[in-house]
Structures are given as structure tokens and as C-alpha cells.
Design a protein around this ligand. Structure first.
Ligand code: CMC
Length: 380
């Protein structure tokens, strides 16, 4: 086929990059399934670690399998003192996503054997990454404030332990439950930018720590996972319900993107945003309302009036920040928290990629010149 016959799709929109049985999205009907099970059902009935097991190993675990998976993760939560010391040298003004990317990559220095055909190596890479990423996020948060990191607590489950390590106090049971649901909702979402990045890196047969570090770097951008932090900045800039419509008009005039709205696949309200809004309200009822919620509701209404006909509705990032704020999570940790959850999906895709690997090597349409004369420097 000659190059001119190849159709170029910016952002590879609509081009299948893989065959996958991990998750499914119907963007017209607002359906998201993990391994065939609806996200609403998993959010209500499962837990993050059970869902991670489902995504990564392809089936729901038996009671024994889940107990042993949770136990392994509990055992591996601590991070090596050298990683902690390395993180202490990071500038406290640096973004926590950069700290996380560097720390995830550094894990590869300790577990560098690339035994990708050894099921035990795969199992422990999965366990280590799920176990250590939350500890690293919490450790950076405490160390940038000048405090020592808090050791994980074996008597707390995954979500409660993270909130404990972050806030240095045991969380309220509702807060821990809600955080676990947030992790479940963010665990996987088909071939988005960071997952694709993970798959490309995986396809070179490098180690899983490099795979996750590369995905973390991709998630950090404001068009992807970074939008949750920008939503709170936007709500704070708007400041009051009365300012919502003038703010929106200005965005429309200047063609600025409204953070937390729009999606490449969903053309209706993201099903995860619906659940996140419900749990935000649950938290507000117990711990008091957040002033930004009224602004967010008005923003949703106004955007729907202006852009709903173009399929622009709230995405997962619109309400997640309101939930995280109520859980005491600082806004620049929203994206690292997204990463804690998405490690499950990235690892599932890493395993799927290895099972039928071919290195990614797409083509391009060359738009440059040919046979250009080399101009000596004196003549330029
Ligand atoms: N505000 C205003 N206009 C928008 C928005 C928005 N949030 N989203 C899309 N549009 C418009 C866009 O201007 C474009 O208009 P036109 O055709 O006139 O140029 C049209 O809709 C298509 O937008 P696009 O940016 O070409 O669509 P895309 O599929 O490439 O991008 C997106 C999807 C999520 C990057 C985009 O909707 C966006 O930038 N949203 C704001 C950032 C955001 O909330 N990101 C989180 C995404 S969901 C979670 C995740 O991926 O991590």
C-alpha cells in the first residue's frame, strides 16, 4: 500500500490499537464494564482489591484467593529505606505526579530481573506495585511537609490504610468505604492515553516498573488524569454560583476547554461521574456541604444547556475532586490518587500485552522534503 492511501486520524480516533477483554465502554449509552460486569454493580458490591484481581487475573477470586492476594499486598506495603531517602531529596515544590513517576521507575532498580515468562515474577510485580504505590504517594506528601512518612498499618485495609498514611489518623469508616469505591471507579478504562502508553512500553518487554512509570507520566497531563486537579482550580476561580454563566460564556468565547467535561468516547454523562456525584452527596450529608458543590451543579446545568447537544457532559474528573477534598486529600494529590487506582488497569493491560506480544511500531505519513542540499554553516 502506498503512503498516500493511508488515512491519518489525529489522536488515532476510532483506530483499534489492540484486542482486549479487560473492559468495555459504550459511550452512547453510558455503560462501563470490567470483564463484563457493570461498574455500578462493582462499585456497590465489590472492593478495590477484589476488582483489581478481577481485572488483572480475569476472574473474581475465591475467598481463599482474595485473602491471599490481600495478605500479599499487606505484606509488601512498606517501601525500602533507599527509596524513601531518594524521595526525601525531591524538591518539596515538585508535583507529586513527578515524584510518583520517579519513585515507580526507581522500584525497577531493586527488582530488575525481567523474568516475564515466570508466573511468580509476574505475580509479585503485580503485588509490589499495588502495594507500594499508595505508600509512595503518602510518603511524598508527608515528607514535603517536613514530616517523616507514616508506616502502613497492617490492621487497616487498602483504602483505610492509604487515608491513614496520608492524614496521620485513622479515617472514618464511611470515608474509607467511599475512597475504596473511588479506587474501583478509576481502576480501568479501556485504551486511553496512559493505558496505551503502558502497552507500548510493555511491548518492548521492559520491566513492569518502567511500564507503570511511563503510564504515570502520561496520566499527569491536564487533558487526561490531571483534569481532576484543574476542576477544583476552576471551581475556585468561579467562586460563586452567580459567576458560573459569565465564566462559561468567557470559555466559549475564547474556546477554552471546560475542565471535567467532554470525553473522546462518552457522549452522555460518564457513568462514573453519576456514582461519584452520589457519593459526594453522601459525604456532604455526614461531614457538611462543600461550597464548591453548588457551583459544580450550576456549571453542569449551564454546560448541558450550551454544549449538551454536542455530547459534552461531565466526565469522571468533574465530581471526583469534590469527593477527594472532603476526604482531606490536597488537590495536587488527586491525580496521584487516580494513578493508585489505575495501576490495576495498567497491570491488566501489561499482562494481556505479554500474552500476545508484538512490539508497537506504527507508521507515519511523511510530510517533509527530500534531497535537500546540505548548507554549510557559513552560508546559512
Ligand atoms: N470544553 C469545551 N469544549 C469542549 C470540551 C470541553 N471540556 N471538550 C470537548 N470540547 C469541544 C472541543 O472544543 C471541540 O470543538 P470543535 O470541534 O469546535 O473544535 C469538540 O468538542 C471535540 O473536542 P476534542 O478536544 O477534539 O475531543 P477529544 O476527543 O480529542 O478530547 C477531551 C477529549 C477529554 C481531551 C476533551 O473533552 C477535553 O479536553 N476535556 C477537558 C479536559 C478533561 O476534562 N479531561 C478529562 C478526560 S476524562 C478522564 C481522563 O481521560 O483522564
Amino acid at each position: 500500500m502506498s503512503a498516500v492511501c493511508i488515512e491519518f486520524k489525529p489522536g488515532l480516533e476510532g483506530i483499534p490499537a489492540t484486542q482486549s477483554s479487560i473492559s468495555y465502554v459504550d459511550g452512547q449509552q453510558g455503560i462501563l464494564e470490567y470483564r463484563g460486569t457493570n461498574i455500578e454493580e462493582l462499585a456497590k458490591k465489590s472492593s478495590f482489591l477484589e476488582t483489581a484481581y478481577l481485572l488483572i487475573w480475569g476472574n473474581l477470586p475465591s475467598k481463599e484467593e482474595l485473602d491471599s492476594f490481600q495478605e500479599d499486598i499487606r505484606y509488601h506495603r512498606r517501601i525500602k529505606y533507599r527509596i524513601r531517602d531518594m524521595m526525601k531529596c525531591f524538591p518539596e515544590t515538585g508535583h507529586p505526579m513527578d515524584a510518583l513517576q520517579a519513585s515507580a521507575a526507581a522500584l525497577g532498580l531493586f527488582y530488575s530481573r525481567r523474568a516475564l515468562d515466570n508466573p511468580e515474577y509476574i505475580r509479585f510485580a503485580v503485588v509490589r506495585l499495588l502495594a507500594k504505590i499508595p505508600t509512595m504517594v503518602a510518603a511524598f506528601q508527608l515528607m514535603r511537609k517536613g514530616n517523616d512518612p507514616v508506616q502502613p498499618r497492617d490492621d487497616l485495609d487498602y483504602a483505610a490504610n492509604f487515608l491513614y498514611m496520608l492524614n496521620e489518623k485513622e479515617p472514618d469508616p464511611l470515608a474509607a468505604k467511599v475512597f475504596d469505591v473511588c479506587l474501583t471507579l478509576h481502576a480501568e478504562h479501556t485504551i486511553n492515553a496512559s493505558t496505551f502508553s503502558a502497552m507500548v512500553t510493555a511491548s518492548t518487554l521492559t520491566d513492569p516498573y518502567a511500564v507503570i512509570a511511563s503510564a504515570v507520566g502520561t496520566l499527569a497531563g491536564p487533558l487526561h488524569g490531571g483534569a481532576n486537579e484543574d476542576v477544583i482550580t476552576m471551581l475556585s476561580e468561579i467562586g460563586s454560583v452567580e459567576n458560573v454563566r459569565p465564566y462559561l460564556e468567557k470559555c466559549l468565547e475564547t474556546k477554552a476547554k471546560i475542565m471535567g467535561f467532554g470525553h473522546r468516547v462518552y457522549k452522555v454523562k460518564d457513568p462514573r461521574a453519576i456514582i461519584l456525584q452520589e457519593i459526594a452527596v453522601e459525604l456532604f450529608e455526614k461531614f457538611g456541604y462543600d461550597k464548591y458543590y453548588e457551583i459544580a451543579l450550576e456549571m453542569e446545568k449551564a454546560v448541558e444547556e450550551k454544549l449538551g447537544h454536542r455530547g459534552i457532559y461531565p466526565n469522571v474528573d468533574f465530581y471526583s475532586g469534590l469527593v477527594y477534598r472532603k476526604l482531606g486529600i490536597p488537590s495536587d494529590l488527586f491525580t496521584p490518587v487516580f494513578a493508585i487506582a489505575r495501576v490495576a488497569g495498567w497491570l491488566a493491560h501489561w499482562k494481556e500485552q505479554l500474552a500476545a506480544n508484538r512490539i508497537f511500531r506504527p507508521t507515519q505519513i511523511y510530510t517533509g522534503e527530500h534531497n535537500v542540499y546540505y548548507t554549510p554553516i557559513q552560508e546559512r
